[in-house]
Design a protein around this ligand. Structure first.
Ligand code: MEV
Length: 316
């Protein structure tokens, strides 16, 4: 340990998320359902004896809060600065691909806020952490972030939007296919808005149908009928395609997943790139992952989790 560090480290992790159904429709007040997944971001915090702010990750080191490289962690420090006696060092690690619709920024923000909150004995509740996290996402993304990601990251489990009601769930196995194409949520949300302005009657029916899918999936989740949920995810995918947020790459990964036995497969998040998800039974997961890789996607196998933000004894 150098003279500028103090000994104790506080480590928290928080999960990413997928949308089972209802993305885009949720922007127009229709219901959506998100699930936390077992891919996590971790934040390790330690005090510095000098007034310095250091953020480290696989992307490098930032020593200024204005640095764009670690904008989310820097915003967390900024928001809680008045509780930090001198300086702080934050180390971020993440299993969640960035800019792919899996809530990587929300998981980083929630893990960082929770670690700072505990380390400096600030005393915020989880609810307050989720709210501050959402505010940070909105500031960085200029007003566009829905509270879904930060909420799912905080609570874990299945989140019903807009009520923000969470329930615990047995594990659902999920194969994720990443197209590797960066997707801009802002751009996709505004392209749906333009389509809605042009064909209001038609697009409103599509968005309402997506909302009805979420209402139906809510009942099926309570009955744990995943095969039927898969069927509705496939219908939801048709609606997302008709809204123009699909891509050839996403469709390819979706179709090979279905052909490899997925109960259902669809885009997760804004579309236009990013990731698709397929749900299946545990023993079918690797077959789908291999098919995704063969079709040119990057596959990640995971499962849903009821573990929201939590303290860790070591970095993941
Ligand atoms: C993006 O992950 C999901 C959208 O519904 C936008 C949002 O809810 O903020 C497209």
């Amino acid at each position: 340990m150098t003279k500028t560090e103090s000994g104790k480290r506080t480590i928290y992790s928080a999960p990413g998320k997928i949308y089972l159904c209802g993305e885009h429709a949720v922007v127009y007040n229709e219901p959506a359902i998100a699930c936390a997944i077992d891919l996590r971001a971790t934040a390790k915090v330690r005090s510095l004896c000098e007034k310095r702010y250091v953020i480290k990750s696989s992307m490098g080191v930032s020593k200024r809060l204005k640095s764009k490289k670690h904008i989310y962690a820097a915003k967390c420090i900024e928001k809680l600065k008045k509780y930090i006696p001198k300086g702080v060092e934050i180390e971020i690690e993440s299993e969640i691909p960035v800019g792919s619709g899996l809530g990587s920024s929300a998981a980083t923000v929630i893990a960082t806020l929770a670690a700072l909150n505990d380390h400096f004995k600030i005393g915020y509740s989880l609810e307050e952490i989720a709210k501050i996290g959402h505010k940070i996402e909105k500031e960085v993304q200029r007003g566009l972030a829905s509270p879904t990601d930060t909420f799912a990251s905080t609570t874990g489990g299945v989140v019903f939007v807009p009520e923000m009601k969470t329930i615990e769930l047995p594990e659902i196995y999920v194969a994720i296919g990443n197209t590797g194409k960066f997707s801009s949520t802002k751009k996709m949300v505004s392209s749906v808005k333009n389509l809605k302005n042009e064909y209001a009657e038609i697009v409103n029916r599509i968005l309402e149908s997506a909302g009805n899918i979420s209402r139906e999936v809510e009942k099926l989740i309570k009955r744990e009928d995943y095969q039927k949920i898969g069927k509705l995810m496939n219908i939801n995918q048709g609606l997302l395609d008709s809204l123009g947020v699909g891509t050839e790459e996403l469709s390819k990964l979706i179709w090979v997943s279905r052909k490899s036995g997925a109960w259902g497969a669809k885009i997760t998040g804004a579309g236009g790139g990013g990731c698709m998800i397929a749900i299946t039974e545990k023993r079918g997961l690797m077959k789908i992952a291999k098919a995704i890789e063969k079709a040119g996607g990057e596959s990640i196998t995971t499962k849903t989790t009821n573990d929201g933000v939590k303290k860790q004894s070591k970095i993941l």
